[in-house]
Design a protein around this ligand. Structure first.
Ligand code: C2E
Ligand code: CA
Ligand code: CA
Length: 687
């Protein structure tokens, strides 16, 4: 029996190599777990290579550390085969631990496969010595070496799997685990070596031609360390890069989340906006399709919001909208949606057990908003018009439901505001008519379809003092249209600017004719819309019209509503100031319907207050209105303004108003608006 001996420094080196290779393998397993697609495959291939070479070189250095009293060498082919086995089983092990899950049975199979891989490598490596006669193995130690290989592999796989995620102290834990694994691998090797017995007289068949000397060991150590080092370095650098990327992407995700919040909510009220609403409607539709049930889509538009905004400014308007939003929000269940989709437009999305419940919800909301609001010390009153579309029934898609709820809302508004209506198919026809009307309106001016009718104004003494020019549209299909059917549309589209310019010119032309006929103290009154009043060219176009018809400025009265005059008070003052300087007569129309500030009213260069027809209409029944009219008259007298009452229909109204001290009267009692050709004849008929 030949007794072998070991070179202690090489043994130590083989242990170090095993530990280092184990550490690298554990680190790489972590990389593979977090890498994606093809880069994971690359890591498995590279990692298997580095780890395989590491384990194999530990083994080979261990063999080189071993010496017998005879010359030893290693057959090249078999040595390379053992290397290949090491690389393949390492790659297999790495692929295994980079799996999402590692159930027990897979761990067992993995441990068996890798353990037998390592054993195979070892014993193939041994056989590369080509000993003659063959090596005797002690069965007990041989079996022990296999057991160590399998157990060590199992432990290694388990540890690698557990340590692959970046947990705290992961480096330290990996170092500890690498130590255990390294010792186990080395232990297997030396147990296997201890099992080997070389009979007396053996000789090594590979000694003359094979590998095997000192410089060979050095070469292998250097190459192995280089490979493991490179693998480790790449892995560490990549991990850094990845953690930086992770940091970046998490802050990106946060930013994204904030953006989404902004993009899906209204800034002022924090309610969902249209985008989010549309999504919620879609969800609700599919929920009802799946589980049955109903929901209502309610389109809500505030009545009287604009006057508040105009009179008190945007700040108060904004606060009011916030209050409205929270009133609506608080009155609904948390699973219902309240969205704000426009200036004073809100949409409610309400799940219902019974479609009849929609009525209760709708009337609740309407009366809720009719309660006064207290905003920065002011008591404000607004109302809401609400249109309801039900699902299933009133539309198949989110767009259709919204459109129909909108149409129903317009219907509610037409029916006198502060109420609700359910959608009906006929309302869609209205919407289509609306579109057609807009189309026609755009062409009306060029087609000369507008005309002015004139309604006389009388002094208290009964003398005619002029006329108010009122716009009419001779629609080719629909006949004569009154201003309330198209003025809002013209304002909303800006067409009112061109139309208003035409009205101004036409009224001046007519007045110049009357002037030439001798009615030199008459005035023609022209209504201005809010938009015209804000328009920069107003003063010039008034001057242009007067100039064109050689009309004294004092023959023209411009009527602006109280609300328009009170909006942006300073700008109004400037414009009215310039018009007054020209000598144009100014009248505040619909007085009593807006929110006037007395202080401001005093500074306005107006000449006339026109009491709104609404107060006159109810004079006889409503004592409140009588009180208001008396107050307005008193106010106008104090401010030295002419007081005009419009909408006078009965002699009793006339009597009351003249007794109160109104300067002039206008109304059906004295004459309806008529075309210019009939005006003079009608006058003499009434007189
Ligand atoms: P407004 O300026 O308050 O005009 C008075 C409205 O009351 C006119 O209605 C007139 O026909 C009506 N009216 C007059 N006397 C009586 C009466 O005794 N009883 C009743 N029930 N009504 C009476 P119209 O012509 O339909 O005009 C409605 C509104 O359209 C006007 O209200 C004015 O705001 C606007 N408008 C009319 N013409 C123009 C225009 O050329 N430009 C602008 N921007 N708006 C105009
Ligand atoms: Ca008027
Ligand atoms: Ca009026």
């Amino acid at each position: 029996m030949l007794t072998g001996s070991y070179d202690p420094s090489l043994v130590l080196i083989s242990l170090c190599v095993a530990i280092l290779a184990s550490y690298t393998a554990l680190d790489l397993a972590g990389r593979i777990a977090t890498a994606k697609d093809w880069s994971a495959t690359l890591w498995v291939a590279g990692g298997g290579m580095a780890m395989g070479i590491g384990i194999w070189s530990m083994h080979f250095i261990g063999m080189l550390a071993f010496s017998l009293p005879i010359a030893l060498g290693y057959d090249l082919k078999l040595t390379l085969l053992s290397l290949a086995i090491a690389v393949i089983s390492s790659g297999f092990a790495l692929a295994l631990v980079s799996q999402e899950r590692l159930p027990a049975w897979q761990l067992v199979i993995g441990a068996l496969a890798m353990g037998s891989g390592i054993s195979c490598m070892h014993y193939v490596g041994m056989s590369a010595m080509l000993m003659q006669p063959g090596i005797d193995y002690d069965p007990l130690l041989f079996g022990l070496s296999l057991l160590i290989a399998v157990l060590a592999s199992g432990a290694a796989l388990y540890i690698a799997f557990r340590l692959r995620r970046n947990t705290p102290y992961v480096r330290l834990a990996r170092a500890g685990a690498a130590l255990v694994m390294g010792v186990a691998i080395v232990g297997m090797h030396y147990t296997g070596m201890a099992a080997a017995r070389f009979p007396e007289g053996s000789f090594c068949g590979a000694a003359p031609s094979g590998l095997g000397n000192e410089w060979m060991a050095v070469l292998i150590i250097v190459v192995t360390l280089a490979i493991i080092g490179i693998a480790l370095l790449t892995s560490v650098l990549d991990a850094r890069l990845e953690s930086r990327t992770a940091l970046l992407s998490s802050s990106l995700a946060r930013a994204n989340q904030e953006l989404t919040q902004l993009a899906l909510h209204d800034n002022l009220t924090r309610l969902p906006n249209r985008v989010l609403l549309e999504d919620r409607i879609e969800q609700m539709i599919s929920k009802v399709q799946r589980n049955g049930g109903h929901f209502a889509l309610m389109f809500l538009d505030l009545d009287g919001f604009k006057p508040v905004n105009d009179a008190f400014g945007h700040h108060v308007g904004d606060l009011l909208l916030k209050d409205v939003a929270s009133r609506l929000r608080d009155s609904l269940r948390s699973e219902d949606t309240v969205a704000r989709i426009g200036g004073d437009e809100f949409v409610l999305l309400v799940a219902l057990n019974d479609p009849d419940d929609a009525m209760t919800v709708a009337s609740q909301q309407v009366s809720l908003l009719a309660q006064p609001f207290l905003v920065s010390g002011q008591e404000l009153r607004i109302a809401a018009s609400l249109g309801i579309a039900l699902y299933p029934g009133d539309g198949a898609s989110q767009q259709e439901l919204l459109r129909n709820a909108d149409a129903a809302m317009y219907h509610a508004k037409d029916n006198g505001k502060n109420g609700y209506s359910f959608f009906e198919q006929s309302m869609n026809t209205n919407a289509r008519n609306h579109l057609q009307l807009l189309h026609d309106l755009r062409a009306a001016l060029a087609r000369r379809e507008f005309v002015l009718h004139y309604q006389p104004k009388f002094a208290a003494s009964g003398e005619p003092v002029g006329a108010e020019a009122l716009l009419r549209w001779k629609h080719p299909q629909r006949g004569l249209l009154m201003p309330d059917t198209f003025i809002t549309l013209a304002e909303r589209t800006g067409l009112i600017i061109a139309i208003g310019e035409w009205v101004l010119g036409e009224a001046c032309r007519q007045m110049s004719l009357w002037y030439a006929q001798g009615y030199r103290d008459w005035r023609v009154a022209v209504n201005l819309s809010a938009l015209q009043f804000c328009h920069a060219g107003l003063v010039d176009s008034v001057a242009g019209a007067l100039n064109r018809y050689q009309l004294p400025a004092n023959c023209l009265t411009l009527e602006i509503t109280e609300t328009t005059a009170m909006r942006d008070a300073d700008a109004s003052l400037a414009i009215l100031g310039r018009l007054a300087e020209m000598g144009v007569d100014l009248s505040i129309d619909d007085f009593g319907t807006g929110y006037s500030s007395l202080l401001y009213l005093k500074r306005l260069p107006a000449n006339e207050l026109k009491i709104d027809g609404g107060f006159v209409r109810d004079l006889e029944q409503d004592s409140d209105d009588a009180a208001i009219v008396s107050a307005i008259v008193a106010l106008g007298q104090a401010l030295e303004l002419r007081i005009v009452a419009e909408g006078v229909e009965t002699p009793r109204q006339q009597d009351f108003l003249t007794r109160l001290g109104c300067d002039s009267l206008q109304g059906f009692l004295f004459g309806k608006p008529v075309p210019a050709e009939q005006f003079i004849d009608h006058l003499s008929a009434t007189a």
